[in-house]
Design a protein around this ligand. Structure first.
Ligand code: XMP
Length: 605
């Protein structure tokens, strides 16, 4: 079945994903695969019912600002421009954008005039979320303004004749109270039938997969995470147990007890699973490696070595295909669209896998789905609820959560210098002599984390998160802010040292112990589902000459991993976790990461 769909032309940043997932939840397929300069002739297809121009970080005045093929405006399809899209629509069609100086960020009250159908069933006054510096100064011919905020007189516009609409505010973020209603109105204007659902996707996959696979068999490497497990269950259900072989690779980089847990739940759905115990092999390949991207590539290669060894030993030839649990945002983050910077190299796009992809030997049945859709599919396939709703776990496992160091560093901290003024008092912080990955202004960064030793103001996550944003905006060389937990460090940090190290089995076990404490407490305190993901990270950092290591707690709230805020757990959780973790003789300190994404990524690497 060919779905009616909405095409989102992605002007960069992370907005297009949010727009797509919101529209899909309203029952209409939304796609963002087309580059923003797509030729009008390529979207002149009657299944495309409307075009959305996304937000983006640029200004229309920048010499290399993203553009569209403006012939798309002559196709007769409804168009909705959002933020940069709002300005671009005006700019491209002969209006004027006024360069801003101060900007409007966050919450604003929108007032609309009740005439534009985009605002049907939206109260005259409502809260919207703004994020712009420039603003439209003069609309192009045929457009009229239909909404304002206190700081923006040109907050939304429409061209009645052409069915073009645009909003300066972001409809796609949850902070915009009536965003969903406005999208729904646009879908009505486009005349879209609501024919997209996970149930429908599953029905269509049946025929599609059978055709794609033909008489070949499929194998896949199961990581224990939601995406590969759901892919495995989907293939088993459609092709039958005898034609699908799951290889669960125990990389030695999994969580404590995870191998047994995954084996149990997968066997319960009647699938054919073989566990390959390769921990020693992975660790031998990682020996001496400290660079995060190199570690990730090594883990990807080791996966492929295991695969080739499996092939050789099992005489599997051309009649086999490799399946992967790649999901929609994975393909975009690795440079699937032009404007997405390569934030990270996912191992399912390692060069060897790419060769197999080019040879047509890889299938990725859930590559068009967002995570929440993959989970819904998992439930539909009868996977246990606890498995489907498990926190996401990266393919390279604890390998991305164990930071390494290429050299020893020893730094006396002179009286916690670099005090940062935060009303009402100066707050000291320590800058760690290691670096972690982050994402700022849509680009990847590799910078130092800061450690706070006392809480600025009230002891709440919200407060720490706010402070963290201020601190990071102020200092160029840091991209994360952490707070030191536990009784040990209410006093001063006099010394920080880093020990040269790679990933060893002892370090893996240290992290597994801390991670198991966190997982158990999340469940004991009944807060497992209160956070979206909770990486626990091991740093080769020792405070005050203890010669030990450091654990970082990184609870996050997110919808799709594209952006995240710090997970709002009660303080009691962190107090208990730190107390238990600090009993471990190899641990020097426990830090709480209070950074949102951006500027920090979810993982530390
Ligand atoms: P970041 O750290 O980029 O992570 O904010 C976003 C989400 O992606 C997961 N992640 C990975 N998943 N292979 C995966 O399968 C990877 O190499 C990888 N790196 C990050 C991460 O856990 C988070 O959910």
């Amino acid at each position: 079945m060919k779905h009616e769909k909405i095409i989102i032309l992605d002007f960069g940043g992370q907005y297009a994903h949010l727009i797509a997932s919101r529209i899909r939840r309203l029952g209409v397929l939304a796609e963002i695969r087309l580059p923003n300069e797509t030729k009008a002739s390529d979207v002149d297809d009657e299944t495309i019912k409307g075009i959305i121009l996304s937000g983006g970080p640029q200004s229309v005045f920048a010499p290399d600002s993203p553009r569209t093929d403006d012939a798309i405006f002559a196709l007769g399809k409804p168009v909705l421009g959002i933020c940069y899209g709002h300005q671009y629509l005006s700019h491209a069609l002969g209006g004027k954008v006024a360069p801003g100086t101060t900007g409007e960020f966050g919450r604003s009250e929108l007032v609309h005039d009740g005439k534009c159908p985009l605002f049907n069933n939206v109260p005259e006054k409502s809260i919207v979320w703004m994020n712009h510096v420039d603003a439209v100064g003069e609309y192009s011919a045929g457009f009229t303004n239909c909404a304002t905020t206190e700081h923006c007189q040109t907050a939304a516009a429409w061209n009645e004749k052409k069915n073009f609409f645009s909003t300066q505010f972001h409809l796609e973020v949850t902070h915009t109270e009536f965003g969903e209603q406005i999208f729904n109105n646009f879908l009505d204007i486009c005349g879209c039938s609501r024919d997209w659902s996970v149930e429908q996707f599953y029905k269509e996959q049946e025929g599609k997969l059978k055709k794609q696979v033909g008489d070949r068999n499929v194998f896949l490497f199961v990581s224990g995470g939601v995406d590969s497990t759901v892919t495995f269950a989907l293939l088993t259900k459609i092709l039958g147990k005898d034609r699908v072989r799951g290889l669960f690779v125990d990389t030695g980089l999994l969580r404590q007890g995870e191998v047994e847990q995954v084996e149990k739940s997968i066997r319960a759905i009647g699938a054919d699973l073989t566990t390959l115990r390769e921990g020693e092999y992975f660790l031998s390949k990682l020996a001496g490696q400290t660079d995060p991207e190199q570690k990730r590539t090594t883990i990807g290669h080791a996966f492929l070595d295991v695969q080739q060894k499996f092939f050789a030993e099992n005489k599997l030839g051309d009649e086999w295909l490799l399946a992967q649990g790649t999901i929609y945002p994975d393909t975009i983050e690795t440079g699937g669209t032009k404007n997405a910077d390569t934030i990270k190299t996912h191992h399912n796009r390692a060069p060897e896998v790419q060769k197999l992809i080019d040879a047509g030997k890889v299938i990725e049945p859930v590559a068009d789905l967002y995570k929440d859709e993959v989970r819904a599919l998992g439930e539909l396939l009868g996977l246990p609820h606890e498995l489907v709703w498990r926190h996401p776990f990266p393919g390279p496992g604890l390998g991305v959560r164990i930071l390494c160091a290429a050299e020893d560093i020893s730094e006396p901290i002179v009286d916690e210098v670099d005090a940062f003024t935060f009303q009402p008092k100066k707050k000291p912080f320590v800058q760690l002599p290691i670096k972690s990955v982050g994402v700022q202004g849509d680009f990847r960064t590799y910078r130092h984390p800061a450690v706070l030793t006392s809480i600025p103001g009230e002891k709440t996550i919200e407060n720490l998160e706010k402070f963290s944003t201020k601190l990071i905006n102020h200092y160029d060389d840091i991209n994360r802010c952490t707070f030191i937990l536990g009784k040990n460090y209410t006093g001063n940090i006099s010394h920080v040292s880093v020990k040269k190290c790679d990933i060893s089995s002892a370090r893996v076990e240290t992290l597994q112990r801390a991670d198991a404490i966190v997982t158990r407490l999340l469940s004991d305190m009944n807060v497992y589902s209160a956070v979206w993901q909770f990486p626990v990270v091991l740093l080769p950092v020792s405070f005050n000459k203890t010669g030990r290591e450091t654990i970082v707690l990184r609870p996050v709230d997110s919808i799709d991993a594209m952006s995240a805020s710090v997970g709002k757990l009660p303080w009691e959780f962190f107090d208990r976790a730190a107390k238990e973790i600090l009993k471990d003789e190899t641990i020097s300190a426990v830090l709480l990461d209070c950074t949102s994404k951006p500027p920090g990524t979810i993982e530390w690497e």
